[in-house]
Design a protein around this ligand. Structure first.
Ligand code: HEM
Length: 202
C-alpha cells in the first residue's frame, strides 16, 4: 500500500524515544558513584514518561489507547497461527505479539521507577534494590525481544516500523489514520524534560 496515514501521535513518539534513551542512559550510569546524579535524573525522567504514558493510554489517540492493544489469549494465538502459516495478519497499531512485549516494557519501566524512588528514600533497601536489579535485567531481555520483533515484523510486512515510530506515519487506509498529532503536547513534554534535566544536574 503506497498511501500513508498518521498512526502514532507525537506524544507517543516522544514518550518512546525519551524513555528508551533514559533507560539505556540510566543503565550505563548505574555502576559508578560519579554518574549517580545522571542515573537518578534519567530515572526520574523515565518514571515521569511512564506515568504520562499510563494516562495517555486512557485519553490518548486511537492506537495509543490501551484498549487498542489489549489482546486476549485467543487473539495472540490466532496471530501466532497466522505467523506460522506465513500469512501474518497486518495490524496498523501494535500487533498482538508485539503488544505482549509492550505491556512488559511498560510494567518494567513502572517497577524501575517506583523502586528507584523508594531506594532514594532508603525504604526496605535490600529487597527493593533486589527488585530494581531484577527488573533491570528483565528489561534487557524484553528489549532484545522487542527489537527482534520490530525488525522481524518490518521484514514480514515490508514496512519500516522504526521510521513509523519516528514520523508517526504507516501505510494504511484514510479511515485508519488518526486526525491529530498533538505536536504541542509533545513539545511541552520535551521542554519539561530538558528543563528538569538542566535543573537537576545544575
Ligand atoms: C533502538 C532501540 C529501539 C527501537 C528501534 C524501537 C522501536 C520501536 C518500534 C518500531 C515500536 C512500535 C512497534 C509497533 O509498531 O507496534 C516500539 C514501541 C515501543 N517500544 Fe521500542 N524501540 C527501541 C527501544 C526501546 C526501549 C529501550 C524500550 C524500553 C525501555 C522500548 C519500549 C517500547 C514501548 C513501551 C513501546 C510501545 C510504544 C507505545 O505504544 O507507547 N523501546 N519501539
Amino acid at each position: 500500500m503506497s498511501q500513508k496515514v498518521l498512526v502514532w501521535d507525537a506524544p507517543t513518539r516522544v514518550f518512546h524515544w525519551v524513555q528508551a534513551l533514559c533507560f539505556l542512559g540510566a543503565y550505563l550510569t548505574s555502576d559508578s558513584e560519579k554518574t549517580r546524579d545522571i542515573h537518578v535524573a534519567l530515572g526520574y525522567i523515565l518514571f515521569g514518561m511512564i506515568v504520562f504514558r499510563l494516562l495517555w493510554g486512557f485519553v490518548g489517540t486511537r492506537y495509543a489507547k490501551f484498549s487498542s492493544f489489549a489482546y486476549g489469549p485467543s487473539k495472540i494465538i490466532s496471530y501466532l497461527v497466522s505467523l506460522f502459516k506465513g500469512k501474518a495478519d497486518h495490524f496498523v497499531g501494535h500487533n498482538p505479539i508485539g503488544s505482549v512485549a509492550i505491556w512488559l516494557l511498560l510494567s518494567g519501566g513502572l517497577t524501575l521507577g517506583v523502586t528507584g524512588v523508594m531506594l532514594l528514600q532508603d525504604d526496605f533497601e535490600d529487597i527493593v534494590e533486589e527488585i530494581h536489579d531484577y527488573a533491570t535485567n528483565a528489561m534487557l531481555i524484553v528489549i532484545a525481544i522487542h527489537l527482534i520483533g520490530v525488525f522481524a515484523s518490518s521484514f514480514l510486512h515490508k514496512e519500516n516500523l522504526v521510521r513509523a515510530m519516528i514520523t508517526g506515519f504507516k501505510p494504511g487506509e484514510d479511515s485508519q489514520g488518526i486526525k491529530t498529532a498533538y505536536n504541542w503536547l509533545a513539545a511541552m513534554m520535551l521542554v519539561i524534560v530538558v528543563c528538569f534535566g538542566a535543573y537537576y544536574l545544575r
